[in-house]
Design a protein around this ligand. Structure first.
Ligand code: FCB
Length: 455
């Protein structure tokens, strides 16, 4: 384990000057305009239009209509005083076939978004892949095929060349674990395949693609920083039974270390690989070195912990006695401290960002902007992040998930994560109490006390 950097001099509850305060979104979840201006089809268009795949048959066809309302949304961010915004690029909007001929109108859209952000002093953090693979590439085999990683490298070069004069932070991927696990093993996300071997091949090809993406960013945007966004869930054993301890340890390798270890030069975790029964056929000579090439930051997405019960023991009710969000995810702020400290144990002095943290709660019937629970959630998680910083974690910024209520993947529009409420009939936006709270944090760089936070 690498040593943590020394304790910083920052006083309690206050964040250092220059700390990045942002909100995050993803293209398919907010843009809409799914068939406009030459955009191609993505696996999420296909999946959401397949009956039975997404709750209520919801799709991202219109979503928040951000494609047409981006100016209004950026004005909202400016009103909230955010100094950063994390967005993703829809690959099929800029390369309708996945490779080959770029779509000028799509590139133009992102040019306008970036320029608008910069005119408001909001620093864009661009994620290249937030799950919307062009459908033609899936039809050619998708991520289990190595060719998809090469196509991603070309896409990354296109975007870095086009936006790299203005964008200072590029992340190659958002949550590769979810792409391989939900998309190809469980089938609950696009493209909806349930093929364990293909999922393992996907996981490796995502890392190969990350390596090619970093190379492309270095070549085309030499002044930009390159990183990756990973998701983490502390895996806690449900009991001290040796089978639970073992199950939690394996889950930690397969979930929390599967991507982090290779990119930090530690290779794939052995016990996790053995438990998958993975033969590593996809790993070619030179891959692991390329995957471990230095990067400039790691983005950490954190929502909750996972209490792991061995499948060989009688099941337990995991939800007993715990506070939960509308998604059923446990509210467990101390898990963010644990996660940041764990990541820093691998990444040392590398800057970290919380690139997603947030919660879904039911909309208040009387006043949709009333979200006291979300304010409390955010306050407690900020405190947990601050504790990690006290303990030496080089955390540089924090992005709330999400700016707007949006298309929550297979859950459709059912669950709402926005610090801004969206009325999906009128598309009207209204800042919630949590948005007011976030604006105060961004303005002062201090976590307001619980009393202030709830007033
Ligand atoms: C993360 C995703 C993000 C959003 C949140 C709730 O896994 O990156 O797009 O769906 O979960």
């Amino acid at each position: 384990m690498e040593a943590l950097p020394e304790r910083g001099p920052v006083p309690e509850r206050q964040f250092p000057p220059g700390f990045v305060w942002g909100a995050a979104t993803a293209a398919y979840q907010i843009e809409g305009a799914a068939r406009e201006d030459g955009r191609g089809e993505s696996i999420w268009d296909r999946f959401s239009h397949t009956p039975g795949r997404v709750r209520n048959g919801d799709t991202g066809d219109v979503a928040c209509d951000h494609y047409h309302r981006y100016r209004e949304d950026i004005e909202l961010m400016a009103d909230l005083g955010l100094n950063a915004y994390r967005l993703s690029i829809a690959w099929p909007r800029v390369l309708p076939d996945g490779i080959g001929r770029p779509n000028e109108a799509g590139l133009d859209f992102y040019d306008r978004v970036i320029d608008e952000l910069l005119s408001r002093d909001i620093d864009p953090f661009v994620t290249l892949y937030h799950w919307d693979l062009p459908q033609p590439l899936e039809e050619a085999g998708g991520w289990p095929e190595r060719a998809t990683a090469h196509a991603f490298g070309e896409f990354a070069a296109l975007i870095a060349a086009r936006l790299g004069d203005r964008v200072r932070h590029f992340a190659t991927f958002n949550e590769p674990h979810i792409v391989s696990d939900h998309g190809y093993r469980l089938g609950s996300h696009a493209p909806g395949r349930t093929e364990p071997d293909a999922a393992l091949a996907t996981a490796h090809h995502l890392l190969v693609a990350h390596a090619l993406g970093v190379q492309a960013i270095r070549a085309e945007a030499p002044h930009a920083e390159a990183g990756i966004v990973l998701n983490f869930e502390p895996k806690h054993p449900a009991s001290s039974h040796p089978l639970d301890l073992e199950a939690a340890a394996v889950a930690h390798e397969q979930f929390n270390r599967w991507y982090l270890d290779p990119i930090t030069g530690h290779g794939y975790p052995e016990d996790g690989a053995r438990a998958w029964g993975w033969r590593r056929d996809e790993v070619l000579e030179g891959d692991m070195e390329a995957i471990a090439a230095p990067i400039d930051f790691v983005g950490v997405n954190y929502y909750c912990r996972d209490v792991v019960r061995s499948p060989l023991l009688p099941s337990l009710d995991p939800s007993a006695g715990t506070e939960r969000t509308a998604m059923g995810w446990e509210v467990y702020p101390e898990g963010l401290t644990e996660t940041l400290e764990f990541v820093a144990s691998r990444t040392g002095a590398l800057p970290l960002y919380v690139t997603e943290s947030g919660a879904a709660y039911a909309v208040d019937d009387i006043d949709p902007t009333d979200d006291t629970e979300r304010v409390s959630f955010l306050r407690r998680h900020l405190e947990a992040a601050r504790t990690a910083m006290d303990n030496g974690v080089p955390l540089r910024g924090y992005f709330v998930w999400s700016l707007l209520d949006n298309f929550e993947w297979a859950h459709g529009y059912e669950y709402r994560f926005g610090i801004v409420h969206v009325d999906f009939d009128t598309l009207e936006r209204r800042v919630r109490d949590s948005g007011v709270f976030w604006a105060a944090v961004a303005r002062d760089g201090v976590i307001p006390s619980a009393v202030q936070a709830q007033s």
